[in-house]
Write a protein that binds this ligand. Structure first.
Ligand SMILES: *[C@@H]1O[C@H](CO)[C@@H](O)[C@H](O)[C@H]1NC(C)=O
Ligand SMILES: *[C@@H]1O[C@H](CO)[C@@H](O)[C@H](O)[C@H]1NC(C)=O
Ligand SMILES: *[C@@H]1O[C@H](CO)[C@@H](O)[C@H](O)[C@H]1NC(C)=O
Ligand SMILES: *[C@@H]1O[C@H](CO)[C@@H](O)[C@H](O)[C@H]1NC(C)=O
Length: 779
């Protein structure tokens, strides 16, 4: 154990004298002393362990787990139900901290990760919402892979665990949500694809052995969790009232993809209740869906202290013991917190839960650690054993962080002659705004310590002479220094304004109340633009969207960029885009609503679909037909892309099983919903949509081709929804063919009110940009 651990942020309260002592000891130690990883079955250090079945790597994992559980007393078992798991020294098992985070880089939120002199920081990729805007699955997977390499490297020197509670795959349902930044946006298809790519990037080993994990990922927060703290609604006590249809076609798909398609090692249940039951104590949601239907190979963990919340905040149970018993019986394996550790023994004694249920839970936890190699002895002698501090913050990983930010940045407005700025004509630049010289703001939440920062000012100043003014007294911008900012703007060739938020405005436990730029930011932007002589670029640094209608309509504001929270290399990426060294191709992963939207929609209303009787407008581009400031998928380029349809069927005929009830003629006439997707015969039908995409402009660029569909208007189906996307990179005048395989059952079905997925018969409209193609499905 290195003394350097004592300097981590989580130990900030440790006394000065400890630090001084530690400092002295560290200096007096030889410089080649390294901290070592935690692992069990150190057979070479303790030969007696070789006789334990759970340490024998040649045995099947299941047999090893059974052997291990069989050796533990009930008290010891209970020690493995919680995130700070106790060690059992007689068996050579060290204490283990389950809670590590890696949302967009190895993060020290949670206690499983520490930074030290040996590894002072890790690569901080853009916050997820910006990476999602790249719509590039290979980029997402590459980031996951870089993060897991850094994680393993830190584990090898005792600075990280192996179990990471990332990604967050909740749907960004309401624009005010403070944690929207952590998610891939509002669309279930994109969120599912993001989840699969990131989880694979984290988990998959180079050898490709599905029984091994590089690190264990965790999809959270299951489920229908996307209110933190809004007015008097708080996540600990919020009961999300969700109908089955929204559950099945909006909230559940990303989790299902995590488990079924990415083979994620863990799912975390949320704080909130769903339809009156705490998710962490709901046997249908946990054992029923995750474990039995989706066949999770791994463990289910609670959000931190949420078992306690079930009792203490929700009063769902009369006693702590009951809360612990109910959650274990529902299928929870690990409690993030200590509550289950404190009350499980009493729960067993009271007959609320038996020892075999506890065995089942800890077996899932142990099985995951087995796949990670935790019980295989010295990790230095295993796969990834040669990773170490040199592999953290590598040049390649830091370059990938810059590339990810470039690929995500979204160009929302660009008047002729504005961007890109030409350094030969723009000699002086004013860089104004509370985020103009941002550091920590760029990395959003669930962050670690980055390798370094390049601020927007530093990025821009590397190309032209740049003068900085923060414009506002702070992010909330209660006071704006209009005089100095406008004077500066009037004296330079161009202006870049960096506005938006930081974690004081949108964060976990902090939802927004409105969609306006904070305080006097709007006034500052407007006045600066008015005073400027040349191009004015407004860059919004934020997690969520804003009502910036004023800027959209202001001719003096010649360009608008959304830069998310762009990560440690944000300033480099922003400068690359502004000076045209990189042609932007990011697309919004969420709707930007007008302020009037949030004035009429309570955050607590979970319904995705509109309700004409109450005037409720519905949510996200799939159901909301009202006015937007910017729409899902918006994003321009410095070049122009055209689409042409090469091939798509006009008619798809389905064949039904002999036995299918829809063989009787009244099936079709009841409504236009066809066969259930669960029965195989009709589902096999597949066709291809082929498109030609051409870069019609004079510079290289990347373009995301979206294939949307509008199903027949039955069962309150979506206005349109995203079936597929593919990003292509094309040189000037270059063209490419993009092919999408469409599965009739998976892609052209709709979910009815009671959660059945059925093929909608009749006319489906396919959209690619402004291209529309009508397709008929008949039985
Ligand atoms: C333990 O409890 C579970 C769940 O209630 C039950 O299915 C099982 O039969 C019990 N096992 C024993 C050995 O009593
Ligand atoms: C910008 O931020 C960097 C990093 O915090 C700091 O070193 C630099 O002095 C700041 N620049 C100005 C002009 O304030
Ligand atoms: C947000 O930015 C302001 C300065 O503009 C700063 O005072 C504050 O500490 C920041 N808050 C967080 C949580 O980053
Ligand atoms: C997707 O990202 C990868 C990794 O950065 C990159 O090599 C590739 O060019 C990107 N694809 C497109 C179409 O931009």
């Amino acid at each position: 154990m290195g003394c350097s651990r004592q300097t981590s942020r989580n130990r900030a309260l440790s006394s000065v004298s400890t630090l001084v002592l530690c400092f002295v000891l560290c200096i007096s130690e030889p410089s080649n002393v390294k901290s070592s990883p935690v692992f069990a079955c150190d057979v070479s250090g303790n030969p007696s362990l070789a006789g334990f079945g759970f340490c024998i790597t040649g045995l099947k994992a299941e047999a090893r787990v059974t052997d291990l559980v069989g050796r533990l007393t009930l008290e010891e078992k209970i020690g493995f139900l919680v995130s700070q798991a106790n060690g059992v020294s007689r068996l050579g098992i060290p204490a283990y901290s389950w809670w590590s985070e890696a949302l967009h880089g190895v993060s020290n939120q949670g206690g499983g990760v520490k930074f030290s002199d040996q590894v002072p920081g890790a690569t901080s990729f853009p916050q997820v919402i910006l990476t999602a805007a790249s719509f590039n699955e290979s980029l997402i997977q590459a980031i996951g892979k870089a993060v897991s390499t850094e994680a393993r490297a830190m584990y090898n020197v005792g600075l990280a665990g192996l179990t990471f509670w990332s990604p967050n795959v909740n749907i960004f349902r309401d624009p005010r949500w403070g944690r929207g930044q952590e998610t891939p946006g509002e669309d279930p298809t994109l969120t599912s694809k993001y989840a699969v790519a990131y989880v694979k990037g984290l988990q998959e080993t180079d050898g490709g052995d599905p029984n091994r994990l590089k690190v264990a990922a965790c999809c959270k927060h299951y489920t229908a969790y996307d209110v933190d703290n809004w007015k008097d609604v708080h996540r600990f006590t919020f009961n999300a009232v969700v109908n089955q249809q929204d559950m099945d076609d909006t909230f559940q798909p990303p989790f299902k993809s995590c488990v079924v398609d990415a083979n994620v090692a863990s799912v975390m249940c949320s704080y909130n209740q769903v339809n009156g039951k705490p998710t962490c104590a709901d046997p249908d949601l946990l054992s029923g869906v995750i474990r039995r239907q989706w066949k999770l190979n791994g463990y289910i963990v609670s959000d931190c202290d949420s078992v306690e919340v079930v009792y203490k905040n929700q009063h769902y149970t009369k006693t702590p013991e009951e809360a612990v018993a109910k959650s274990i019986l529902a299928g929870l394996d690990l409690d993030c917190g200590s509550f289950s550790g404190q009350h499980a023994m009493e729960a067993v004694k009271a007959g609320l839960v038996n020892e075999s249920a506890i065995d089942k839970a800890i077996s899932n936890n142990f099985a995951t650690l087995m796949r990670l190699g935790f019980f295989d002895g010295d990790p230095k002698k295993q796969l990834y054993g040669d990773l170490g501090p040199k592999d953290v913050c590598s040049v390649e990983n830091q370059e990938l962080a810059r590339e990810a930010a470039r690929q995500g940045i979204v160009l929302l407005k660009n008047s002729a002659g504005s961007l890109p700025l030409s350094p030969s004509s723009i000699k002086t630049l004013a860089v104004i705004g509370p985020n103009a010289n941002a550091t920590v703001t760029m990395i959003g939440n669930y962050n670690g310590t980055p390798c370094k920062y390049t601020t927007p000012l530093q990025g821009l100043a590397a190309t032209v002479s740049a003068t900085y003014h923060p414009g506002c007294s702070n992010m909330a911008c209660a006071e704006a220094d209009l005089d100095s900012a406008t004077a500066l703007a009037a004296s330079t060739d161009a202006v870049v304004l960096l506005m938006g938020t930081n974690l004081s405005i949108e964060n976990e436990d902090l939802d927004r109340l409105d969609l306006n730029l904070p305080g006097k930011q709007q006034e500052l932007v407007t006045q600066v633009a008015k005073a400027a002589k040349g191009p004015v670029v407004l860059a919004i640094m934020s997690g969520g969207g804003f009502d910036i209608t004023f800027a959209k309509n202001d001719e003096k504001i010649t360009s608008i960029l959304w830069v998310g929270f762009p990560g440690e290399a944000g300033g480099l990426a922003i400068a690359d885009v502004i000076f045209g060294r990189y042609n932007p191709g990011g697309k919004l992963p969420m709707t930007w609503y007008p302020q009037s939207y949030v004035e009429k929609v309570p955050m607590s209303n979970m319904n995705m679909r509109p309700d004409e009787s109450t005037g409720y407008p519905g949510r996200t581009y799939r159901f909301y037909a009202g006015e937007t400031v910017y729409a899902f998928g918006d994003g321009m380029s410095y070049t122009q892309f055209d689409h042409r349809l090469i091939r798509a069927p006009r008619l798809v005929s389905l064949r039904l099983d002999e036995s299918h009830h829809c063989r009787s003629s009244e099936c079709q006439s009841l409504d236009s919903i066809g066969p259930h997707c669960e029965s195989a015969a009709e589902g096999g039908s597949e066709f291809e949509v082929q498109l030609n995409v051409r870069n019609a402009g004079d510079r290289e660029g990347s373009h995301t081709v979206f294939l949307f569909t509008t199903p027949p208007a039955v069962h309150r189906s979506p206005i349109k929804h995203l079936l597929r996307f593919e990003k292509v990179r094309l040189g000037k005048n270059e063209e490419a063919v993009v092919k999408f395989k469409v599965n009739v059952c998976k892609d052209l079905s709709v979910v009815d009110e009671i959660g059945n997925r059925k093929i909608a018969l009749g006319e489906h409209l396919l959209h690619v940009g402004s291209l529309k193609h009508s397709l008929n499905i008949r039985v």
